[in-house]
Design a protein around this ligand. Structure first.
Ligand code: NAP
Length: 472
């Protein structure tokens, strides 16, 4: 397992190493190098030096590096999943699903690398030809969160390399090992020295501020909380730096009158519990038509109570530990505050002792607008609010500064689509509990972000448009 910094194709040590903790038993599983600003800037220099040759490499060759990375990740999925599960705490089955999803970004963008289009058309004025070209933007600084340590990295490295950009990746300090492993995969896949650099640090703020101030960095691709995204946007403003922001969510899960309750419960189990609730796409608030509220909530509680909770690395585990005791305690406090305000939580199942575990909680009698419905919970907690009128459900669903994803369960696809189109979110899942797909545009409206990752749009986050006015 690599624990040093990957800079310019070399594995380097720096600083006093910092520990990586397995949240299921709080043991230290590794110590990784702690980059400071010097190492951050060395990584920028390496990426900058590698850019001319890499951006001039034919798209087909760049695509083949990504394709090999997909093949290595797929062949070594078990190793990747174990690493994710150990440092993040999530169940091995979730970690394996993440690995497949993560590898798929390499496959998708290996295909996209060769399909970047340009344009050629006469101007309506008749005086020239309008030629449009796409050019790689340059060195990309990519910051990723701890909740999907593999997929958030590949969702950036894939399109960046496909576009012809070089990368400095800075993973979350809680989950640096998966990112370092992906750095090693890229090396084995044939990415030349300096094309992918990985710096781990316990001083993310200081290192990132120095990197973003460096004029050799041409774009920031950030995935994380809205609060940190706003801090970074202020820093990028100083340099008018291009930036792509994949930020927090507060997803509503709406169950309309006449929906199939069993299907809605199955969808809720995925939408809420994939990744133990620690997903930006996690259903955060359930709005259920009054006629279905009791059967939906009762069956949802039964399904949650049946989950096997334990160390993520155990293949039988369905709900692993949260990433840290600090994150777990934040969620526990939110539930306690809701209870003090009159809501009725039901705690389902037993959390094992010793780690950052939290058994699922369903909370009834929640007021729309209470702290629990306004906060991104990021854990296995499901507040349920009932409604009588679809317009009210739409109003409550949209009543948030976030707009990443919404879920709608409807009696038929047409009804789901018509409500889905009224929801203010970049993504809407209709009669399904998951929408994420490397081939689809992922991203949010409102304070959930700027730009899109994946799909046909993803590569354009790393490309500049150049218009050439040509006199015939
Ligand atoms: P976070 O606290 O915002 O951290 C995200 C990343 O930013 C980490 O690498 C972190 O490093 C770094 N960071 C923190 N403060 C920084 C600063 N001042 N300057 C530069 N970098 C800084 O988020 P998180 O807790 O890891 O992840 C959970 C959040 O991510 C949730 O809000 C979730 O919704 C969001 N998310 C969004 C998407 C999406 O696609 N929209 C996907 C996944 C997650 P350290 O670890 O060293 O603090």
């Amino acid at each position: 397992m690599p624990t040093r910094l990957l800079i310019g194709g070399e594995w380097l040590t720096a600083g006093d190493p910092f520990p990586v903790v397995d949240p299921s038993d709080l043991s230290v599983i590794a110590e990784v190098s702690d980059a400071g600003t010097d190492e951050g800037l060395a990584a920028v220099a390496a990426a900058h030096d590698a850019f001319p040759a890499w951006s001039a490499t034919p798209a087909r060759q760049r695509a083949e590096v990504l394709r090999r990375a997909f093949e290595i990740m797929t062949a070594e999925a078990d190793q990747c999943a174990r690493l994710i599960s150990l440092e993040n705490g999530k169940a091995y089955r979730d970690a394996l699903a993440e690995t497949t999803y993560a590898a798929e970004f390499f496959r998708w963008f290996s295909e996209e690398a060769a399909r970047v289009e340009g344009g050629f058309r006469p101007s309506p004025s008749g005086d020239k030809v309008i030629v449009t070209d796409h050019r790689p933007i340059g060195v990309a600084y990519c910051i990723t969160p701890w909740n999907f340590p593999a997929a958030m990295a590949t969702r950036k490295i894939g399109p960046a390399l496909a576009a012809g950009c070089t990368v400095v990746l800075k993973p979350a300090s809680e989950t640096p090992l998966t990112a370092l492993w992906i750095g090693e995969v890229m090396t084995r896949a044939g990415a030349p020295r300096g094309v992918v650099n990985v710096i781990t640090t316990s001083r993310s703020g200081a290192v990132s501020a120095a990197v973003l101030a460096d004029p050799r960095v041409m774009t920031l691709s950030f995935t994380g909380s809205t609060d940190v995204g706003k801090v970074l946007l202020k820093q990028t403003a100083d340099r008018v730096l291009r930036s792509s922001m994949e930020l927090g969510g507060n997803a509503p899960f709406v169950v309309l009158e006449g929906a199939d309750v069993d299907a809605a419960v199955s969808g809720a189990m995925v939408a809420k519990m994939r990744n133990g609730g620690a997903a930006c796409t996690a259903a955060n608030r359930f709005y259920v038509h009054a006629s279905l509220a009791d059967p939906f909530t009762d069956r949802f509680e039964r399904a949650l109570a049946a989950l096997r909770i334990g160390p993520g690395i155990d293949p039988a585990t369905e709900l692993g530990a949260m990433v840290s005791v600090r994150e777990r305690d934040k969620v526990v406090q939110l539930v306690a505050d809701a209870e003090a305000a009159g809501a009725r939580p039901t705690r389902l199942g037993e959390a094992p002792p010793g780690g950052a575990f939290l058994a699922p909680v369903v909370v009834r009698d929640v007021e729309h607008g209470s702290l629990l419905t306004r906060t991104e919970v990021f854990g296995p907690v499901a507040p349920v609010v009932t409604f009588e009128d679809t317009d009210d459900a739409v109003r409550m669903a949209n009543d948030t500064e976030y707009g990443l994803i919404s879920y709608v369960y409807a009696p038929d696809a047409g009804a789901g689509l018509s409500v889905g189109r009224r929801l203010e979110s970049g993504m809407v899942a209709v009669n399904r509990g998951v929408a994420s797909d490397p081939a689809a545009p992922f991203g949010g409206m409102k304070e959930s972000g700027l730009g899109r990752e994946g799909g046909f749009a993803g590569v354009h986050e790393f490309l500049e448009v150049q218009y050439l006015a040509v006199d015939l």
